[in-house]
Design a protein around this ligand. Structure first.
Ligand code: C2E
Ligand code: MG
Ligand code: MG
Ligand code: MG
Length: 275
């Protein structure tokens, strides 16, 4: 009896955890058929050089409209796909879709496109092989691809990390460290690894004009990166004030709602960026 009572109380108090688990199981299940049911698409968010007022490229961002669950945010399903291993197939799909979308859209064809590689799969061969195969068959000009990886991808096993980066760079790709400032790694990799860009995380950019500490961080990251011959992109700029600050600190490129939200493929060719 006591056990039964205890169990009853447990499930009552942990209702939200239970709910979360059920959602997790549903998402994991639904992910398995997402590719064959054509539930994914890519949207493209512009990046801008604010000094010359030119578009410098786009970041490809995954969207999942699940038949069963409706729209699910990548912030929710990417971590689940990383756990289940589904991420390998997803990244493969993303790379192939970028190549197809470049065929479809004149706007994208010659543009640099950034794709996101999960830290969890960074050391695996599959995404590198996909890039190599597409490069060798001329299906994709890898010189027009930027690979965005987070700091956590860099922390263990220096040799493997370096080898991966050198391989994709050898195919012509540009390397960017995404969400910079939110991870745990030491700064020494910035000088040891072949890195072209640092992308300052949105959490620092959004409080420019509000929090002097964040301004100091942004300014310092830009100065340090430039000293190491690394370019800087700021993500998540939404106000003119943020743009002015970033420009005055010589930030090389900016991505954010101030310029544009991510754009649907079908709208890209008629889209005119106001600069
Ligand atoms: P991320 O790579 O840091 O991408 C930037 C995120 O910030 C995107 O959210 C973008 O829509 C959002 N963003 C850009 N500018 C602004 C702004 O001015 N204000 C605000 N509030 N948000 C802004 P999204 O598309 O929801 O993606 C979230 C995260 O999911 C990405 O963060 C990335 O970590 C992951 N993700 C998205 N697509 C992929 C993918 O194809 N593969 C992998 N592995 N991860 C992906
Ligand atoms: Mg990114
Ligand atoms: Mg980012
Ligand atoms: Mg981010």
């Amino acid at each position: 009896h006591a056990k039964e009572l205890g169990r009853g109380r447990f499930s009552f108090f942990d209702f939200s955890i239970n709910e979360k688990n059920q959602r997790l199981i549903k998402v994991k299940q639904a992910l398995r058929s997402a590719i064959e049911s054509s539930e994914y698409r890519l949207v493209y968010q512009p990046k801008v050089n604010p000094h010359q007022c030119v578009l410098t490229g786009y970041e490809a961002l995954l969207r999942w409209n699940s038949q069963e669950l409706g729209m699910v945010s990548p912030d929710e399903f990417i971590p689940i796909a990383e756990e289940s291993g589904e991420i390998e197939k997803i990244t493969d799909w993303v790379i192939r879709r970028v190549a197809m979308d470049k065929q479809y859209s004149a706007h994208l064809r010659h543009a640099n496109i950034a794709i996101n590689i999960s830290a969890k799969q960074f050391k695996s061969d599959s995404w590198v092989n996909t890039l190599r195969i597409m490069h060798d068959s001329s299906e994709l000009d890898v010189a027009s691809i930027t690979v965005e990886i987070t700091e956590t991808a860099l922390i263990d096993s220096f040799e493997v990390t370096l080898e991966q980066l050198l391989t994709v760079r050898g195919l012509g790709a540009t390397i960017a460290i995404d969400d910079f400032g939110t991870g745990y790694s030491s700064l020494s990799y910035l000088k040891k690894m072949p890195i072209d860009y640092v992308k300052i995380d949105r959490s620092f950019v959004q409080d420019i004009g509000i929090d002097p500490d964040d301004q100091a961080i942004v300014q310092t990251v830009i100065a340090m990166s430039h000293a190491l011959d690394i370019k800087v992109v700021a993500e998540g700029a939404e106000s003119a004030e943020q743009i002015d600050f970033l420009k005055s600190k010589q930030c090389d490129e900016i991505q954010g709602y101030y310029y544009s939200k991510p754009i649907e493929l079908a709208d890209l060719d008629s889209f005119i960026l106001q600069l």
